[in-house]
Write a protein that binds this ligand. Structure first.
Ligand code: AQP
Length: 337
């Protein structure tokens, strides 16, 4: 397996260890990583430095616990450490080092335009520089590994665009150093919406604040049933994607991706059936998806040393690639004697 790795395209992606990983993260990102695992040379990171961008939310003990939880969930969802490198971002200091170097070529105006920054900072009294600089750290994450493809949800499109822009600007100033990466998105399921508020994307932060907003991968059967059965719909009884309201469409998309059906199959299956049937069937599909993940998760966290070994191996491999990139970058920038 590993001998052929050089010939494969490289994939890089990550999840922030904050809040409860939800079915949106799973459908939009993690399940896509798992599906494509044999096709690519995969690097999956737990992006803990990104979690610090809103420090008020992150107590040190909480962060330590969440990093392990996310790593165990990657494995429980089907990321195979024989096929993929899994590591923790802060354990490879080159991420922070490259961020500084890229900061110096990134115009402030590009960062001021980022919609995620605008919406997050709008609600905050004190906005940290880290939140503003988040896209540059994300660019560094991706560019450090000569990444070809970044499989993410579609809320990350603007961040992929700025990564490409930063890489191109750097290459223009200093020579061809960085590969220009592309995003990889699901056709259906790239943006799962909140179950209670289908006009906004399902998010970890909202999931922590509001019951029934999201389905956490580690949620109890009772909470999952409750969240789906009380999901926002309408009174139209319309289960065709084109005409369905946002809440119903969201349920159809979840059913479609989790069962691996086509849109036509889903429409035909629910044609003439009421929303109660759709919800009940979706509950069973979600439970069938999450039961083995939860079981595997419990096994992993109870096996002493297992997670640490994987993260340690991942760190070493990531470090090897990242330090070679940093050396190349510094050489081109004149930071060598
Ligand atoms: N609702 C979603 N549907 C599909 N994909 C999603 N992703 C996130 N939400 C959805 C994708 O999951 C990966 C990890 O993203 P993240 O760690 O930034 O998670 P989040 O849920 O966006 O977390 P937050 O902290 O709660 O962010 P806000 O407050 O901004 O919503 C990414 O690939 C992401 O695209």
């Amino acid at each position: 397996m590993k001998e052929n790795v050089e010939k494969k395209k490289r994939v890089f992606s990550g999840v922030q260890p904050t809040g409860q990983i939800h079915i949106g993260n799973y459908v939009g990102a993690i399940s896509l990583w798992v599906e494509n695992q044999d096709l690519y040379d995969n690097i999956f990171c737990i992006v803990d430095l990104h979690s610090l961008t809103i420090p008020e939310n992150i107590a040190p003990e909480y962060l330590r616990r969440k990093v392990r939880e996310v790593a165990a969930l990657y494995l429980a969802c089907g990321i195979d450490p024989e096929k993929s490198t899994i590591f923790v971002q802060s354990q490879v200091p080159e991420h922070a080092e490259l961020t500084w170097l890229l900061n110096c070529v990134t115009p402030i105006g590009w960062l001021e335009r980022m919609t995620q920054y605008k919406s997050k900072s709008a609600e905050m009294e004190t906005v940290g520089t880290g939140l503003f600089d988040y896209p540059v750290l994300m660019a560094a994450d991706i560019l450090l590994y000569d990444t070809d493809l970044v499989p993410v949800g579609d809320d990350q499109k603007q961040h992929i665009e700025i990564t490409r822009d930063i890489a191109q600007r750097f290459n223009h100033l200093y020579g061809e150093v960085f590969k220009i990466p592309d995003g990889l998105f699901r056709e259906s399921g790239a943006r799962i919406m909140g179950l209670d508020t289908p006009e906004v994307k399902m998010s970890k932060s909202l999931g922590e604040m509001k019951k029934r907003h999201s389905i956490g991968l580690l949620d109890s059967e009772e909470d999952i049933r409750d969240a789906i059965m009380r999901a926002t719909t309408d009174s139209n009884m319309e289960t065709r994607y084109e005409y369905a309201s946002p809440g119903v469409k969201n349920l159809l998309v979840l059913y479609e991706v989790l069962t691996g059906s086509s849109r036509e199959e889903v429409e035909e299956h629910f044609s003439g059936k009421n929303y109660g049937t759709l919800k009940k069937e979706l509950v069973e599909v979600v439970l069938d998806t999450l039961r083995p993940i939860q079981q595997k998760y419990n096994e992993i966290v109870n096996e002493e040393g297992y997670l640490d070994n994987i993260l340690n191996e991942g760190r070493m491999r990531a470090k090897e690639i990242a330090s070679a990139t940093i050396a190349r970058v510094k050489e081109h920038m004149g930071l060598t004697l």
